[in-house]
Design a protein around this ligand. Sequence first.
Ligand code: SF4
Length: 360
Amino acid sequence: MSEILHRSLTRPIRVGNLIIGGSDEVIIQSMTTTKTHDVEATVAEILRLEEAGCQVVRVACPDERAADALAEIKSRINIPLVVDIHFDYKLALKAIESGVDKIRINPGNIGRREKVEAVVNAAKAKGIPIRIGVNAGSLEKQFLEKYGYPTAQGMVESAMHHVKILEDLGFYNTIISLKASDVNLALEAYTLAAKTFDYPLHVGITESGPLFSGSLKSAAGLGAILSLGIGSTVRVSLSDDPVEEVKVAKEVLKSFGLAANAATLISCPTCGRIEIDLISIAKEVEEYIQNINVNIKVAVLGCAVNGPGEAREADIGIAGARNEGLLFRHGKIIRKVPEATMVEELKKEIDAIVAEKLAA
Ligand code: SF4
């Protein structure tokens, strides 16, 4: 056991122009929902994901038609492309040949040794990593029989089985995931994996559900795991538009101060002192800052009683007052603005601070 207990101590693995592992940075990824052979739809979805802040994208490669589309997809997007393959080594070879940045395949499921070697040699030649993806729901028979049901120990042993196949072939360019839809099981599996491997871990709570419940479950699970210093890349899995997955992942990382370039909104829960329509203002401002890739904190508070002081860490904020708003920076009021224009004034201030920070 290597007793690696923090993501910064893991092996750095290059994926396209990014490094996963070896630092405290956590990379956001998502997966397309389109048919991969439909290049137009897939590229359009990836470009939407990029705009939302997705840093690595994975596509499924279930057949030849999908594999044939990879080179063109890769040429039309700007973030590293990962290809998800089950069993078929020919699809893996084709994907690697297409210039993709990482493949997800479990070497123990490929079959004969020559086939495994062919895939590993091709990945080595192109310098691309392989992600081993262990899933509690599809754990191999030998580990299920040993423990009777999916356990963290069984999941880590499964990962170990695949890792060993790669290491025996001199391949160490590996990332590992151990997904479960049960948060406690995922937490246990990732904790054990972090002590067992020095490879970076791709963290996710799989099949977490639709937007609302799935976001909360993912936040609870990812939060528990990330708080231990585990996880170099995250994927939130939702039964929804994958752009939502990226938004949720970003919010989770922001909560831990792990999103270096993201705007954060602080808004109060409102109470009987409220002087403005805070809920709709907060929603509008949240939407406005969604795609700002600068570390800035914006506050929207219902009143000035405790307001500005409560959000001292905010770079800019607004607090409601009777028929007006008080704009403040780091807890100090800078000016009063009429209620009708206060959101516009706040947006102007946000733009100015973003410009300042970009110029710095
Ligand atoms: Fe209530 Fe004002 Fe605090 Fe909001 S900022 S919770 S309105 S006291």
